[in-house]
Design a binder for this molecule. Structure first.
Ligand SMILES: Cc1cc2nc3c(=O)[nH]c(=O)nc-3n(C[C@H](O)[C@H](O)[C@H](O)COP(=O)(O)OP(=O)(O)OC[C@H]3O[C@@H](n4cnc5c(N)ncnc54)[C@H](O)[C@@H]3O)c2cc1C
Length: 288
């Protein structure tokens, strides 16, 4: 099938893009970033936007660098930009490892980090990163600019706090302190498929025990999130299988898993215990 007819706009500045969004968002005007999610849904006529506002020609959106202790990722930055660490320390290495799980090479050369965050597929790796590490989403519109914390941003399956006339101009990720242990584990049936379940974890080691743990789960519920019950079981304990199994079981018990065409809720709950434990083991192993 071919997409339904639409008008195409190619702004060269952020202000032009915001003016176009203000004018056309009420008439189903949408941002076109990498097009790797939007264009297929248009081809199947699941989406029929009347206007596409193509942000690929806006050079100011290609920012990628560290400012004030945060990695700033502009709306033009592609998945593939993370193939090598883009920041010193554990964050750059973690992003590089996670990126390899997203789709396939041609998709990674077009799709954008911010496009994934705007699209908010429950199984998006970048959404799990944003939710677990406490990202800030910078939303701009002709009305105002605002910063949305990750905990207030993800609302459900492909549902976010972004308004239709808002451009997700950049995402800011806090740098991880030197020595932070990180792990990411994803399960799918074929390489490049969307995750059926995945976990991202970080913790520090102080005096031989775990401190400041973060346990995030994605691909299992309507949106990725941190699991406080799992984190509580790690604080103050030495890293090891017993603690990791307990955290995995707590994560599995805490979630409200999805049933979809890939698998059912019971399987996903079981899977979350495993991916959480394996992500924690990976974090501990990387330290050795
Ligand atoms: C075969 C295949 C496999 C895939 N596998 C994975 C996978 O394993 N993991 C994964 O995470 N993704 C996967 N994807 C999706 C891919 O990562 C997309 O690149 C991503 O979801 C969206 O980014 P995009 O830049 O292509 O956005 P687009 O497709 O251009 O846009 C997606 C949506 O977000 C909106 N949008 C985009 N950018 C902005 C912005 N800056 N501000 C406001 N709204 C915006 C658009 O209006 C649209 O509604 C896969 C895609 C395909 C085709």
């Amino acid at each position: 099938m071919k997409p339904a007819a639409f008008s195409y706009h190619a702004p060269k500045t952020v202000d032009e893009a915001l003016a176009l969004l203000a004018e056309f968002a009420p008439d189903d005007g949408r941002v076109l970033a990498g097009g790797q999610s939007l264009v297929p849904t248009m081809a199947f006529r699941l989406a029929r936007p009347h206007h596409l506002i193509d942000i690929n020609g806006i050079a100011a959106l290609n920012r990628l660098g560290v400012e004030n202790g945060k990695l700033v990722i502009g709306a033009g930055v592609r998945h593939q930009a993370f193939r090598r660490p883009v920041a010193d320390g554990p964050l750059g290495t973690l992003l590089s490892a996670v990126m390899r799980h997203i789709a396939h090479y041609p998709i990674r050369t077009r799709g954008t980090f911010c496009g994934s965050i705007a699209h908010a597929d429950p199984a998006s790796e970048w959404c799990l990163v944003a939710a677990t590490l406490g990202a800030e989403m910078v939303a701009r519109s002709a009305r105002a600019n605002r910063v949305i914390a990750a905990k207030d941003y993800f609302l459900g399956i492909m549902a976010t706090a972004l308004e239709p006339d808002e451009l997700l101009a950049e995402v800011r990720l806090p740098l991880l302190p030197a020595g932070t242990c990180t792990g990411f584990y994803e399960f799918n049936r074929r390489a490049g498929d969307f995750a059926m379940g995945m976990a991202l974890v970080t913790f520090e080691i102080a005096g031989g025990v775990m401190a400041a743990p973060r346990v995030g789960v994605g691909g299992a519920e309507t949106h990725p999130r941190r699991i406080a019950a799992a984190e509580a079981l790690l604080v103050g304990r030495p890293p090891g299988l017993e603690a990791f199994k307990g955290a995995g079981a707590a994560a599995a018990a805490a979630i409200d898993p999805l049933t979809d065409a890939q698998t059912n809720a019971e399987y996903r709950r079981d899977l979350v215990a495993t991916v959480t434990r394996r992500a924690l083991e990976q974090a501990a192993d990387a330290r050795l």
